[in-house]
Ligand binder design. Structure first.
Ligand code: C2O
Ligand code: CU
Ligand code: CU
Length: 440
């Protein structure tokens, strides 16, 4: 049976304050078929506990690093000060602690996640189990509070016969393929559950928040061909719901969908990931063209419930006006490089002015997809290969398919400092497919 990850206990009694403790440590946990493995976990769980926050909250996270190596906690997608972002510029050494302190702005409710972001070892630490959800709720959420809210964190992993996490030697054949494709696994977890059953009642509507926490795998989600309603993505709700039959979700992207229980009592459907060809031809894995079963959606035998009323307008998303843009920044994505370079922690690649609105043009010049992520600032996609984006949405990650060009608009409205942008295939990021933006 599927269950949401546990919610991290708020230790504060003060209003609009969330104060929690998060510890990363070595752990022995059976992830598959009862075989105990050495893993890394937040507060002893994989995924880590869900951090629940409301818009406007003051957040204090007491983080302790009990790992044998340096780490950091990055709050993927949050608009917070640069020195609280947990980027590779702010490592927490083994045995040390750090308090992450920030305030959540209004208008940013949505589904986010947290993960380690140390220089060159992010993929390793995430593969060992370090990832968790962070949900920001709004007081004026337009969707009925009665909907069952599911937090589904997608993750794939690979294990050796003894049950240990298979992170290969970099110089081995498997290591070289992982470096090229990004590491994929053949065991699929939904918030830690393998092929779980998700219960639903006929007629019921459920709100699913889906996070792609995989290192490299892109999911193309389908519910047996049935349509569902997409209501949000990275930066929260859309202006209007959109009917979908499948959703492509690249690494670190999130979606919110409403699953309407259109099936008959007692029936079931399979949540699948359909084939998606993000690979370069020379390393395209065998079996990439087969659908993957992720979960069973199982209807109870109870008679159908009456339909709830769903709003047709969700919220208003402010327009970032392209006429106000004062510059266009060009980024070419090569294999493992951005604008021909690998990451240098002591170099600033892009300098911008605080308060400016700019256009970023991201061109993928190679034959594999690269999901591009900007820290700290959410953006709106203008066009893809010159085709204007239909709807206004807040994003922080966008998949740039092979040989395609995407433009987005961003406003650096706050928070001077140094920010990362990178490919979110963790193997690419760790090998330097990252750059630094300085806002001042
Ligand atoms: Cu999930 Cu640098 O980010
Ligand atoms: Cu990020
Ligand atoms: Cu990449």
């Amino acid at each position: 049976m599927f269950a949401n990850p546990a919610i991290l206990r708020n230790e504060s009694r003060l209003p609009h304050t969330v104060e929690v403790t998060l510890t990363a440590a070595k752990q022995r946990i059976a992830l598959v078929s009862g075989k105990v493995a050495d893993v890394y976990a937040y507060n002893g769980m994989i995924p880590g506990p869900t951090i629940e926050i409301r818009e406007g909250d003051h957040v204090i996270i007491h983080f302790h690093n009990e790992l044998p190596q340096a780490t950091s906690v990055h709050w993927h997608g949050l608009h917070i000060p640069a020195d609280q972002d947990g980027s590779p510029l702010y490592p927490v050494q083994p045995g040390k602690s750090h308090d992450y302190i920030f305030t959540i702005q209004h208008g940013t409710a949505g589904t986010y996640w947290y993960h380690p972001h140390p220089d060159m070892t992010t993929g390793y630490q995430v593969a060992r189990g370090l990832y968790g959800a962070l949900i920001v709720r709004a007081d004026d959420d337009p969707l009925p509070a009665s909907l069952t809210d599911r937090v589904i964190i997608l993750s794939d992993n690979r294990f050796r016969p003894d049950g240990s996490v298979d992170t290969p030697d970099e110089a081995s054949q498997a290591g070289l393929i992982d470096e090229e494709n990004g590491r994929e696994g053949n065991t699929f977890f939904l918030s830690g559950h393998v092929m779980p059953t998700i219960g639903i009642r006929s007629g019921e509507v459920q709100r699913w928040r889906i996070i792609n926490a995989s290192a490299a795998r892109v999911y193309r989600l389908s519910l047996g061909g049935a349509s569902f309603t997409q209501v949000g993505s990275d930066g929260g709700l859309f202006e209007h719901p959109v009917e979908m039959k499948e959703i492509v979700l690249s690494n670190s992207e999130r979606v919110e969908i409403l699953v309407r229980g259109t099936g008959a009592p007692g029936s079931s459907t399979t949540l699948q990931s359909l084939p998606y060809d993000r690979y370069p031809p020379q390393t395209r894995p065998a079996g990439w063209d087969k659908a993957i079963d992720l979960a069973t959606l199982k209807y109870s035998n109870e008679p159908p419930v009456a339909q709830v009323q769903l709003p047709l307008t969700l919220r208003v998303i402010p327009v970032l006006d392209t006429l106000k843009a004062t510059a266009t920044r060009y980024f070419s994505l090569g294999q493992g490089i951005i604008n021909g370079k690998t990451m240098d922690m002591n170099r600033v690649d892009t300098r911008v002015r605080l308060g400016a609105t700019e256009i970023w043009q991201i061109e993928n010049v190679v034959g594999m997809d690269h999901p591009f992520h900007l820290h700290g600032f959410r953006f709106q996609i203008i066009d893809r290969n010159g085709v204007p984006e239909k709807d206004r949405r807040w994003k922080d990650t966008v998949n740039v398919p092979k040989h395609e060009v995407i433009r987005f608009i961003v406003k650096y409205d706050d928070f001077p400092g140094k920010w990362m942008y990178h490919c979110h295939i963790l193997d690419h990021e760790d090998h330097g497919m990252m750059g630094i933006l300085e806002v001042k």
